[in-house]
Design a protein around this ligand. Structure first.
Ligand SMILES: *Cc1c(COP(=O)(O)O)cnc(C)c1O
Length: 394
């Protein structure tokens, strides 16, 4: 009898009791808007920003309505406007080029390696070709590239790096937290990410001017002095009447459920990576199936795992995906002709010009991807790996 998996790939853990209690307190007092505070009260959003800045080791933090909003504000605060080219990953998710489009910028896609990170050779070529001054670097599915090499390349070319850390909250490169290399980092607290407030985003930076711009654009009106992880009033002086209000604040209810999760984040990250290592061990040595070997300098968070079926015919990959699905294992395939569920690739984003990238297409076509939610036990992860291994063997 073939084994079947019955778990749910989209089921996250329930929120901690402390989150539920904090949410209830906010609902009971009714002051959900971040600037609606009683005399002397510090709201939940201001406290979350202060705590996340400290955890991340960043000077400034702004909480917003979504990860996509964080990226959009970061791009605009970093000077991206209509017609400005923005280098970004070909292997990412739709909100990334979408954020570039939201500020009128023009995504320039950079290729992906078999290690599932940005191709630095292609990046150098596209910098030379386009003269772009901005890189929106998506640490897609938690894979972190050689950040010293990337920063050397970008620093030398005068490129501002905006990091999309939606999948690397809690990860490190060579001991440095993901998001601490570039000029600004953006995080998501949407349900499927490392902290869960349904929707939500965080932006961190050490750049006072960028932080002040982002705070004003998020919709602070003239209440920015209520922040506790924002620059001082001098940073706002010349900007307060210049920046448009693009309402995208976080509210106290979401911040209230996030603060207890932040306290447990390091433990959650370790639990994800433990699950990843079990799945990885079960997938090792399967003929025709390539694992992504994680670089020594990368301390990743294993909240998802990818395997590659390189150079196999589409029909064969589709058969593996269907075989796994029939046994309860849902794999997302980046080679599907049409976008499916949350999964799409650069070819599908028709609003952005993209020259074909054959080397990247070969990799994208091979990627099978799945989440490892913390509701899965280690035994679940071992079972999932056995099912994929059997189906891939055919
Ligand atoms: C989820 C996600 C985002 C955007 O986050 P939202 O909070 O959903 O707007 C950005 N980049 C990547 C890679 C993501 O997975």
């Amino acid at each position: 009898m073939a084994e079947i998996f019955t778990g749910n790939f989209t089921q996250q853990l329930p929120l901690p009791e402390a989150s539920i209690a904090a949410a209830e307190a906010v609902m009971r007092h009714g002051r959900l808007h971040r600037y609606n505070t009683a005399p002397g009260e510090v709201g939940e959003v201001a406290r979350l920003e202060e705590e996340f800045a400290a955890w991340q080791g960043a000077r400034y933090c702004l909480a917003v309505a979504s990860g996509g909003a964080a990226i959009t504000l970061a791009l605009r605060a970093a000077g991206v406007g209509p017609g400005v080219p923005v280098l970004t990953n070909a292997f990412t998710l739709a909100p990334v080029p979408g954020a570039v489009a939201a500020v009128g910028g023009e995504p320039v896609f950079v290729g992906v390696t078999e290690g599932l990170v940005i191709d630095l050779e292609d990046l150098a070529a596209k910098i030379a070709e386009t003269g772009a001054r901005h890189l929106l670097l998506s640490h897609m599915r938690g894979h972190v590239c050689d950040m010293e090499a990337l920063m050397a390349l970008c620093g030398g070319a005068g490129i501002a790096v905006i990091e999309d850390c939606a999948h690397t909250m809690g990860a490190r490169w060579n001991g440095v937290r993901s998001g601490r290399h570039g000029r600004v980092a953006c995080f998501s607290t949407q349900t499927y990410k490392h902290m869960n407030s349904g929707e939500g985003g965080l932006l961190t930076t050490d750049d006072a001017d960028l932080a002040a711009r982002a705070v004003l654009m998020s919709g602070s009106y003239m209440l920015y002095d209520r922040h506790r992880a924002a620059p001082g009033p001098e940073a706002f002086e010349g900007l307060r009447l210049e920046m448009p209000n693009i309402s995208s604040r976080m509210d106290n209810l979401r911040a209230a459920v996030l603060r207890p999760q932040l306290a447990g984040l390091d433990a959650a990250c370790a639990a994800w990576t433990e699950r990843y290592r079990v799945a990885e061990a079960g997938l090792r040595g399967v003929p025709g199936l390539t694992l992504v070997e994680r670089p020594q300098h990368e301390a990743f968070v294993g909240s998802s795992i990818q395997v590659l079926l390189l150079d196999r015919p589409d029909a064969e990959i589709a058969r593996v995906v269907a075989g796994c699905r029939a046994r309860g294992v849902e794999l997302k395939w980046f080679g599907a002709a049409e976008p499916e569920g949350f999964t799409s690739v650069y070819r599908h984003w028709r609003y952005a010009q993209a020259a074909p990238m054959p080397a990247s297409d070969r990799v994208l076509r091979a990627i099978l991807d799945m989440r490892l939610p913390l509701t899965f036990s280690l035994e679940d992860c071992a079972l999932i790996a056995r099912i994929i291994a059997e189906e891939a063997r055919g």
